[in-house]
Ligand binder design. Structure first.
Ligand SMILES: [Fe+2]
Length: 369
């Protein structure tokens, strides 16, 4: 069986049962030439295996909005442990949700994995995901980080925070994310463009906690303060801060630690915002996964979810992107600030789904581009 899996189905879009079994039969006939009895026995058992549900249960297709290099090693570890072959299709999160919707019940996907709870919640709303009854999930992953019916499950925390240039800013200069809209930072802030899922999720959280008026004021302020310093990639924001082009920027925390890993002398540091009394805490989102409703490999897909929330899976998954594991007994990469040293927003992440549309309208209204 291993040989069969090894040779087939690298690309889920073109892999087919027929093609794979033809390849396998070709390999077999070369190996078995001149051994009629063995051939008869093997052909019989192969035929059984090929048509039995067992065969279907040993392969999975994962649609991933997370970059391949950040997920492949985890899936490889799962494959090494279980023998289950995992085919990975990586693309943009929105593209994958659209694709799943278009493919409907015919989708080859068994699992959807991505970096934003709002997108996972949208997939749930579209009826693409299967509600899960899994004790391990409920025991391991705190309720604010999964869907109400567990149709998606958070795997790691990511924080949308400030990166600042240590020569230009004192960490005591800024307390709340709302301060970044203040006129004193005119021309000194870098922000992501309006298409950024990080910006959208961040604005949703700010809006839910601090209200529409303060959020609108912040966005107007950010627009003025950023001027032309609006970027498509978070790594560009960190670079602009490191070069001193701007004093501060808004990014997910791991971009800062990734930059520092390759350039330890860079004059940048992370600033956890809204930690003061009455502050909401740092803006949090999760990377997470859900099983596709029409998956025909349900038991195997559940085994992958189990692996992703296990101590081994959690360590691998979180460390690859310098995120914080959600498993209470797994520690984060030691170069990150201790998770107990700062507070995060406590809003249940399912709310990112319902907040999405009004947030987009507000972003558009303020003219952020
Ligand atoms: Fe990212």
């Amino acid at each position: 069986m291993n040989q069969f899996h090894f040779h087939c189905g690298k690309n889920p879009a073109v892999a087919s049962f027929e093609r794979c079994s033809a390849v396998f039969r070709g390999q077999l006939s070369r190996v078995l030439a001149g051994q009629p009895f063995l051939i008869a026995v093997l052909v019989l058992s192969i035929t059984q295996v090929l048509v039995s549900p067992l065969e279907a249960a040993e392969r999975l297709v994962v649609y991933s909005g997370r970059a391949e290099r950040l997920i492949k090693p985890v899936l490889d570890a799962f494959q090494a442990k279980t023998g289950v072959q995992v085919d990975l299709l990586s693309s943009g999160t929105t593209e994958l949700v659209n694709r799943l919707q278009a493919e409907g019940d015919r989708t080859p996907a068994d699992l959807f994995l991505t970096n934003d709870a709002g997108s996972l919640e949208r997939a749930r709303e579209l009826g693409l995901l299967l509600p899960l009854k899994m004790e391990e999930v409920e025991r391991t992953i705190p309720a604010p980080f999964r869907a109400l019916d567990n149709s998606w499950v958070g795997l790691s925390e990511r924080f949308w925070i400030a990166v600042y240039n240590t020569a230009l800013v004192k960490p005591t200069d800024v307390k709340s994310i709302l301060d970044l809209g203040d006129p004193r930072w005119k021309g000194k802030i870098a922000i992501p463009n309006a298409g950024s899922e990080y910006l959208q999720a961040g604005v949703s959280v700010i809006k839910a906690i601090y209200g529409d008026d303060r959020t609108e004021r912040l966005l107007h302020g950010l627009k003025v303060n950023a001027g032309a310093q609006v970027y498509g990639k978070s790594s560009q924001i960190v670079e602009a801060v490191a070069k001193g082009q701007v004093a501060m920027g808004l990014v997910n925390h791991y971009y800062i630690y990734r930059h520092l890993a390759t350039q330890p002398g860079a004059p940048i540091a992370a600033l956890m915002l809204d930690q003061h009394d009455g502050g909401m805490g740092a803006i949090v989102n999760v990377a997470g996964a859900g099983i596709i409703k029409s998956s025909r490999h349900l038991d195997t897909a559940k085994r992958l979810v189990e692996f992703l929330i296990s101590q081994e899976g959690q360590k691998l998954f979180a460390d690859l992107n310098k995120e914080y594991p959600l498993h209470p007994h797994v520690t984060a990469d030691p170069t990150l600030p201790d998770r107990r040293s700062f507070r995060a927003v406590t809003m249940p992440l399912v709310r990112l789904g319902e907040l999405r549309e009004p947030t987009m309208a507000l972003i558009e209204h303020t003219g952020l581009r």
